[in-house]
Design a protein. Sequence first.
Length: 403
Amino acid sequence: MPESNKVSILLVISVALLLCNCTKKETPQVQNPIPNSFGLYVDSLIEVHGNINKGETLGDLLIPHGLTDSQIHILSQKAKEVFPVKNLKAGSEYYLYAKWDTVETVKYFVYVQNPVEYVIFDLTDSMNIYQGKKDVVIKERTVAKTIKNSLWQTLESNNIDPEVAVKLSEIYAWQIDFFRIQAADSFKVVYEELYVDNQPTGVGKILTAAFHHRDEDFYAFRFEKGDDYGYYDEKGLSLRKAFLKAPLKFSRISSRYSMRRFHPILGRVKSHLGTDYAAPYGTPIMSVGDGIVTDASYTSGNGNYVKIRHNSTYTTQYLHMSKFAKGIKRGTTVKQGQIIGYVGSTGLATGPHVCYRFWKNNKQVDPLREKVPSTEPINKNLRAEYEIIKDSLIEKLIAPVAQ
């Protein structure tokens, strides 16, 4: 091929390539939209965030943003089966997402029930109401502290969710009287801390704990099998016993069992065959064990009181209630921990408290000195599995605590 022709061909190709480059259009890179914490795509929408005021209705919240009375009525009717709008609570959070063109158009209304659960009122096409849940992230945390004043105050002063105290009091309700906690007592606990949107929102399971109380060590190891679970000690014995240590979760002993006590109202020394727990009016009173109510009545001395027979050996009584719990009457079967009444000062009482009395073989005794029986130990068929779980939890207990 002559040299001139080669040059001509190369020139044509170069021009063609140049024209192609000039007319080629770049395809825009569209980023995938990211949903917000409620699973909604709202990047192009305006967000309104607030708290429901006392007495505010769904109409009060949405009509100022362009919805009509008839739309509110339709929403309310559709919501009945999912979340009745009458259940909106004052103080609860809400989020409103709207689009502005010439007028405001509400696309979503989100009612926050709690840190995890919410209700979405979807107004994008046809009205749709549904419930949702945020993802909960579980983080394991270990805490070891020496008690200064009370378990509750110790946790609170160290920025630890006080719910840990409630759960520990429930686990150790049969071993430790939390009204008699001493300043020298100490504890170490491994538990699940729950996070939503990277914020702590509560306490999950207590995995294991060691409590040093009155020069004695109490261990708790959680063991699960299917939907059932329990807490056991180092020997595989259940921490759950026949009776709770006290009929109130948190309070203080104002007067102990005594054969000689000066009665503040009668003005003389007499026996006091019960243990008084001072607490605010209305504090729930629990049955310390399973049983049958043999009496729920009133006398001038006892005030409103409930008496429960637990078995042929043990009976308990609870005095000076402000009122009985719903359904509590003679013949009612009650479960351990069930609320049977509320703290008051009826009868011969100078202030709000419950006088807790305890009978063993028809004789009143001091419940704080009684050694109550334990429930069944761990099943023999599960013992090997329990030992493996226990050993792994012990490793967590002895591990150093991150500062």
